[in-house]
Design a binder for this molecule. Structure first.
Ligand SMILES: [Fe+2]
Length: 253
């Protein structure tokens, strides 16, 4: 079974469409899921949610989705200096103001996690858990430098075992590690990469009875179209440069 997993689209429609076109070219991608953070930072929140709905792509609630849906006091994002904090608040206020009632209802309906049994569960084989942050909160950053103990505990809390897969996003940087035989896969971000590479990131996961393979895809898209749309909007203009630089500026936003 092959899965295309995409996370942190963040209202970037050109990036999402480029990724979907790549998935369509891969005739062997059996099922497509998103891992949350559909909105925030770019000017197409409703269009992104509509596109996923049209395509029948379901997924889990990112922090931006559940905070917008519930009108929480902030987006659940981390910021490390006053400028980032201010820009983050402006993005959240902009998004709250521009999401339609229908979009809000769809965000509110997203599940916290999705459990998949690629081989049906009748015979032995890997299972797959989809979450946004970690097992308990969609605001926890599971970065590639987390300890083996941290990841093992996360696996235990999710009830996974040797050979299983846990897939997530939230940090906007793709990585894959195996701890106690459990695969931890961060798909990176479709619409707001933070690893210095502006191309959209998603993961193709192949699972069979005895093997798990992970392929990270980086997809060129029309970054200038997204940057221009940000500059033409009342979103912080800094976000345009952020997309152009792949998050090299304001790296923790
Ligand atoms: Fe995100």
């Amino acid at each position: 079974m092959r899965y295309a997993l995409m996370s942190d689209i963040h209202a970037n429609l050109p990036a999402l469409d480029a990724v979907l076109a790549d998935v369509d070219r891969r005739a062997d991608a059996g099922a497509v899921y998103h891992l949350g953070d559909l909105v925030g930072y770019a000017p197409w929140p409703n269009e992104v949610v509509d596109r996923l709905h049209e395509r029948g792509i379901i997924g889990v609630a990112g922090n931006y989705d559940s905070t917008v849906a519930t009108h929480y006091k902030h987006c659940g994002c981390r910021y490390e200096d006053p400028l980032q904090e201010e820009l983050s608040h402006r993005s959240y206020a902009w998004t709250l103001e521009h999401v339609s009632d229908e979009t809000k209802a769809r965000l509110a309906g997203l599940p916290f996690r999705i459990d998949l049994r690629p081989l049906g569960g009748h015979a032995a084989g890997p299972t797959l858990r989809l979450i946004h942050g970690n097992h308990a909160l969609n605001t926890v950053y599971v970065t590639s430098d987390r300890s083996d103990e941290f990841l093992a505990k996360m696996g235990q809390s999710l009830g996974v075992h040797h050979g299983d897969v846990v897939a997530f996003g939230h940090t906007h940087k793709p990585w894959h590690r195996v701890v106690d035989g459990i695969h931890f896969v961060n798909t990176g971000s479709v619409g707001r990469p933070k690893d210095g590479d502006p191309r959209a990131s998603y993961a193709l996961l192949s699972l069979d009875a005895s093997d798990v393979r992970v392929e990270f895809r980086r997809i060129e898209y029309d970054v200038e179209r997204a940057a221009t749309a940000i500059l033409d909007s009342t979103l912080p203009h800094e976000f345009a440069h952020y997309l152009r630089s792949g998050g090299a500026s304001l790296a923790t936003l």
